[in-house]
Design a protein around this ligand. Structure first.
Ligand code: AP5
Length: 207
């Protein structure tokens, strides 16, 4: 099972990937997480792009993703979250004989995206993701809301830039994968449970 999680920033790619990975016992590979790890290295080349909400150059991303997909745990499949984001990145997968089975396209309105991204917070101790706007009632009482941290690129001006970058550089992949017959459109405006159930129905061929 080789799956791509696709959609604009804040569509829920990371959230649904966790469920897919668990159900199919495949690794969840988030290129955002890979890039965030890279930013911790001294003299990292990726930090300036990420902090401004720009895409990291294709050549760097291809090297990072290529290395990750070559590991043994990917032999039976994977859920790749956040790659490809450009046509050359999609071509890279093809050229390296990485044939995906499904592209899960999370379709979500811009208002929901802004609401989700501006409310997203992480618990620095457990690294668990919460949301102050959309899922506030799911934050356990023992978690101190004041200790939760916001991602640097979830600040309003960077959110706007990321959305523009998505429209200009990443959205063309919708047509690309539609033509390949791999696109699976999912209504991601609903609560997370409903989104996950819709995805499982599609993957199990029930819709
Ligand atoms: P990345 O971390 O991948 O950011 P992104 O694509 O902008 O996606 P997000 O992580 O912001 O959102 P998501 O769709 O995963 O939503 P989530 O599940 O977290 O990439 C960051 C940066 O790295 C890029 O800007 C770029 O610089 C670089 N990069 C990465 N890959 C690259 C590539 N291939 N090429 C070049 N550069 C690359 O959900 C968001 C929030 O909403 C959470 O709080 C969640 O709890 C909540 N939520 C989720 N679903 C729902 C729902 N259904 N209802 C209510 N709330 C929900």
């Amino acid at each position: 099972m080789k799956i791509l999680a696709f959609g604009p920033p804040g569509a829920g790619k990371g959230s649904v990937s966790e469920y897919i990975a668990k159900k199919y016992a495949i690794p969840h590979i988030s290129t955002g997480d890979i890039v965030r790890e890279e930013t911790k290295k001294e003299g990292s080349k990726v930090t300036p792009y990420m902090s401004k909400g720009q895409l990291v150059p294709d050549t760097i991303m291809m090297e990072l993703v290529g290395e990750r997909l070559s590991r043994d745990d990917c032999e039976k499949g994977f859920i790749l979250d956040g790659f490809p984001r450009t046509i050359p990145q999609a071509e890279y997968l093809k050229e390296h004989n990485i044939h995906v089975d499904h592209v899960i396209n999370l379709q979500v309105g811009e208002e929901n995206v802004v609401d989700r991204l501006s409310g997203r917070r992480m618990d620095p101790k457990t690294r668990k993701i919460y949301n102050l706007n959309t899922m506030a009632d799911e934050i356990p009482p023992e978690v101190d809301k004041n200790s939760l941290v916001q991602r640097e690129d979830d600040k309003p001006e960077v959110i706007r830039k990321r959305l523009t970058v998505y429209k200009e550089q990443t959205e063309p992949l919708v047509d690309y994968y539609e033509k390949e017959g791999l696109l699976r459109n999912i209504d991601a405006n609903q609560p997370l449970d409903g989104v996950v159930q819709s995805i499982f129905s599609v993957l199990e061929n029930k819709t």
